[in-house]
Design a binder for this molecule. Structure first.
Ligand code: C2O
Ligand code: CU
Length: 473
């Protein structure tokens, strides 16, 4: 087929066509071609993580940048994409939250072989659902994401927009050493792996330590937020901006206002917000408040109040995606998931590669977590196998002393209950945060054939055993 991949200007974006795009301060991928797949290279690069204009940290990035280029696909289209690995380590690309064909899910050892240095792999990125998604490696994720390999994928819905402009905030926390380089010495640190994961000491937005955005008084913004941190649950206060949530993990929700102007967002989750910049203008700070408040950046609004030729649509709700939300709970397959292990977890033994071992010998192999008594790997049998189209319900129990961000590939799920209580609103997640001791029952229609992962998106937990897969046949 004939399709132009354009470096878009606004008009091109409106016309359509998959593209890499410059959004806000994000770097542009200088790629344009016709009839050829879009190419994305993973390679080494540098970034000013510590201070804008300051010391350059060595990173690994898509197109050598962090974040990698924004990939933009009109809803319903399929983007042919060639991944070229210029790193010294095998890698893949996983399309997080995208309900694509299993062969392109990018899980090394499960859906494909890892792409060796110098090699490439052709993906077909099908985009049935509009929304905010992202892409990252699924091989040694705990190292490769911590070094900067990730980018955002936006699937654009058709139709009139109920906002003037979009902003994209890709948040990450980095662990830098005294040389302001990525702290390599602590990769694989068993303390991190058995506790809360690799937590950073520097927060960046779109690869910079402090963001400054400009806006017009009265302007209506759609703000896309992505948490790409390895393990840190982030919490942002958008003071005085009264954000309203219109989508979570890509999927539309009935719009609602955030309590305390604060957005809690676990690793790998996304949120789409509508922000009406106050008419009086001013400088609006965005702080990260999960610990002591930390300045993430600011939106400065000055000048005359926004005037529009045609008023924006009243309704800010996004159109529904073609996701199967019709659960058939009566004849669902039920699969329990007991999350175990970690420091202060009380797990005494678990099975690794079919062999039961005590915690101490597991720890020597860097394994400290388990699902249902099994330290997960791709070599284990499937957690369950389900006929295509059947509803799956999974009561998940967090029997550990840490929060976990539970993620499922190839499907979006809804929460039936949390600690026995029905949630107040309907949300379709690809990742749900579970606090210690919490019990969350999820359900989804298993309508995408193939082998799909379920794992904790705190990447050290995943690597240390919090992983499994299921099959839709
Ligand atoms: Cu964001 Cu299994 O991945
Ligand atoms: Cu976890």
């Amino acid at each position: 087929f004939q399709r132009r991949f354009l470096l878009p200007n606004r008009r091109d974006l409106l016309k359509g066509g998959a593209a890499l795009l410059a959004c806000s301060r994000l770097p542009n991928g200088a790629i344009a071609s016709e009839g050829e797949p879009l190419t994305i290279e993973a390679r080494e690069g540098t970034a000013e993580l510590w201070e804008e204009g300051g010391p350059k940290a060595d990173i690994w990035g898509y197109e050598g940048r962090v974040p990698g280029p924004v990939i933009w696909i009109p809803q319903g289209e399929t983007l042919p994409l060639r991944f070229v690995n210029r790193l010294k380590q095998p890698s893949t690309i996983h399309w997080h939250g995208i309900r694509l064909d299993n062969a392109y899910d990018g899980v090394a050892g499960l859906t494909q072989e890892a792409v060796e240095p110098g090699e490439s792999f052709d993906y077909q990125v099908k985009a049935p659902d509009a929304g905010t998604y992202w892409y990252h490696p699924h091989n040694r994720s705990w190292e490769q994401l911590a070094r900067g390999l990730y980018g955002v994928l936006i699937v654009q819905e058709a139709g009139a927009k109920a906002y003037d402009r979009e902003l994209l905030f890709v948040f990450d926390d980095w662990r830098l050493n005294e040389e302001r380089q990525i702290d390599e010495a602590s990769f694989g640190n068993l303390h991190d792996w058995s506790h809360a994961g690799r937590l950073g000491n520097v927060l960046t937005t779109n690869g910079l330590p402090y963001f400054k955005e400009r806006a017009r008084p009265g302007e209506r913004l759609r703000v896309r937020v992505v948490n790409t941190a390895n393990a840190r649950v982030l919490s942002f206060r958008f003071s005085k901006l009264r954000p309203r949530v219109i989508a979570l993990d890509g999927q539309p929700v009935a719009p609602y206002e955030l309590a305390d102007d604060t957005l809690l967002i676990a690793p790998s989750q996304r949120a789409d917000l509508i922000v009406d910049v106050p008419h009086e203008g001013g400088v609006f700070k965005v702080d990260e408040v999960s610990g002591a408040p930390f300045a993430a950046g600011e939106i400065a609004a000055g000048g005359p109040v926004m005037q529009r030729e045609t008023p924006l649509p009243e309704d800010i709700a996004l159109p529904a995606n073609p996701l199967n939300r019709f659960l058939s709970l009566g004849d669902a397959l039920s699969a329990d998931l007991l999350m175990q292990g970690g420091a202060m977890g009380g797990l005494s033994q678990a099975t690794l590669h079919g062999e039961t071992k005590d915690l101490r010998s597991l720890a020597q192999e860097g394994k400290v977590w388990a699902f249902n008594g099994i330290v997960g790997s791709h070599h284990d049998p499937a957690l369950f196998s389900v006929a295509r189209g059947r509803t799956v319900r999974m009561p998940m129990m967090n029997d550990t002393s840490f929060p976990h961000a539970m993620h499922i590939h190839g499907h979006h799920f809804t929460v039936l209950s949390r600690n026995g209580a029905k949630p107040t609103r309907e949300v379709w997640h690809d990742t749900v945060l579970m606090e210690p001791g919490e019990k969350v029952e999820i359900a989804f229609v298993a309508d995408n054939p193939g082998k799909w992962m379920i794992h904790c998106h705190m990447l050290e937990h995943q690597a240390a055993g919090m992983t499994a897969w299921f099959e839709v046949a």
